[in-house]
Design a protein around this ligand. Structure first.
Ligand code: ADP
Ligand code: F6P
Length: 461
């Protein structure tokens, strides 16, 4: 029987629950079963040559892990993946730190992983590769003679051509991408950016069926906006009691933000917008409270320690200037919380603030809406630069760089009449229920199967 084999850098684990990819694919594979391959959390002294089953027995799917060496963690993960691809793909080419040793390690890891996976594959298996850590994986597998269907889903934005060209080996990256049968992107904007880069950098031809042809290869490309387990999340949020010590809802309106502490999430801009709200609406003193949960991520990289220091400074300044003996305007928690607790906090919050400067999708935006009480829902203030903005048009869409506009949107959300809140929420929920995580994975996998089927017919003619 054909299996679904998912490959991602990170496997789900109780120690690292934050991150859209791990959350979304746990939901998906729990429904379909299959094999999930990713990095173990152990550090090896020598590059491992075999995948090993990870013994977490309660799982509904098989997890296979490979160990990274300390050097691979630094060069492949922190280096090429998160100091070259991540900043460039999020419009921060200025933060790119390209080094040859990063490039070599990234390609060597992909080649090694391809060899390990090739030994495991059976005919008919579908391989579904996740994210920017493995852009050259299909090319490496093809080199080894693997002819199985291989799809890629990119969880982060695809950059504009000018940004992409900052990466020294960008043409090689594009050439490698064309070895996938199907490239899935989050939004239509990403599809256009990808096709634009293929045309400009590789003279690619765009075919009427939406595929792209270059380097003598052809790949299908389409957007598949990732969803969440909407029903499950809504149910859990409605059942879980809010943690104690959350202020009395009659007295204070809660505004909530939940993000990994990443520079792409626009957190300093968000703090400053909140300060603008306090300055322009002094009547809100003592009546609103902003809770920002921002767990650490990718520690060891300067860009991340810098953003942390900046945020701590801003939180101190804002509280210093505005707090009172019985009121803390801004609470900032620098650690992950259990997911059940997140749901009930979202439900308690009158405003969900999701204001990234760039984001592939942003699942927090979807979780916030799903967690609301339909009878008395809160309002989502959403950056137009989050992939989610393409679907979630009934949120209050904002430019996260414009702190006056964000402050105004928060104010509007706080004052929004119940009827309007209900109507916006109902319409957002309809889409979230239609295009949930199961829709995402089944639509993607069906398209992958169809693409390969079509390729076989064309080759046979
Ligand atoms: P990204 O993939 O860039 O981290 P997303 O918003 O798409 O951003 O996904 C983040 C996921 O991680 C969400 O499912 C969210 O619930 C979870 N998450 C984020 N912050 C925390 C936290 N502090 N505690 C627990 N889970 C978190
Ligand atoms: O969704 C984007 C993403 O980079 C995922 O690939 C990743 O799992 C998540 O954000 C968190 O990042 P990291 O795995 O580096 O902690």
């Amino acid at each position: 029987m054909s299996r679904i084999i998912v490959v991602s850098n990170r496997l789900p684990s109780p120690r690292s629950s934050a991150g859209g990819l791990a959350v979304a694919l746990t939901d998906c594979l729990s429904a379909t079963g299959g094999v999930w391959i990713g990095t173990s959390e152990d550090i090896a002294t020598e590059p491992g040559q075999r995948l090993r089953p990870l013994d977490e027995t309660e799982s509904l799917f098989v997890k296979m892990g490979f160990d990274l060496t300390r050097q691979e963690h630094e060069n492949y993960y922190l280096g090429y993946s998160n100091s070259v691809l991540w900043p460039v793909f999020h419009g921060r080419a200025d933060l790119m730190d390209y080094r040859e040793e990063y490039d070599i390690s990234y390609h060597a890891l992909n080649a090694r992983l391809a060899a390990m996976i090739a030994g495991l594959l059976r005919p008919g298996d579908l391989l579904w590769v996740q994210d920017y850590h493995f852009l050259p994986l299909a090319a490496e597998l093809r080199r080894l003679g693997v002819s199985n269907a291989i799809g890629l889903f990119l969880h982060i934005p695809f950059p504009d051509t000018n940004d992409l060209q900052v990466i020294p080996d960008h043409v090689e990256l594009l050439r490698a991408l064309l070895d996938y049968d199907l490239i899935g992107l989050q939004t239509q904007r990403d599809v256009n950016a990808f096709l634009g880069s293929c045309r400009t950098c590789a003279g690619a031809e765009l075919m009427i069926d939406g595929s792209v042809s270059a380097f003598g290869k052809r790949t299908a490309v389409a957007s598949f906006p990732i969803g969440i387990d909407t029903e499950g999340f809504a149910l859990e949020a409605s059942r879980t009691l809010p943690p104690r010590h959350v202020e009395d809802p009659e007295r204070q309106h809660l505004i909530i933000g939940v993000d990994r502490l990443d520079y792409s999430k626009g957190l300093p801009q968000r703090f400053l917008a909140y300060e603008r709200l306090l300055e322009t609406h002094p009547e809100l003193a003592g009546r609103v409270s902003f809770l920002q949960i921002a767990p650490p991520t990718r520690s060891g990289l300067r860009a991340y320690s810098e953003i942390r220091a900046e945020l701590e400074r801003l939180a101190g300044c804002i509280n210093g200037a505005h707090a009172d003996i019985d009121w803390t305007p801004l609470r900032y928690i620098h650690r992950a919380l259990p997911r059940e607790q997140l749901g009930s906090l979202y439900r308690r919050a009158r405003v969900g603030l999701v204001t990234p400067l760039a984001d592939g999708m942003n699942l927090v935006a979807k979780e916030y809406v799903a967690a609301q009480d339909p009878e008395n829902p809160g309002v989502l203030v959403l950056s137009r630069f989050a992939g989610a903005a393409e679907q979630m048009t009934e949120a209050l869409l904002v430019n996260p760089h414009d702190r006056g506009a964000v402050a105004q949107a928060i104010h509007r959300a706080l004052r929004m009449p119940l009827g309007e809140r209900r109507a916006r929420h109902a319409s957002l929920m309809r889409k979230l229920l239609e295009e949930d995580i199961t829709w995402w994975s089944t639509t993607y996998l069906k398209r992958l199967r169809d693409t390969v089927w079509h390729r076989k017919i064309v080759t046979a003619q």
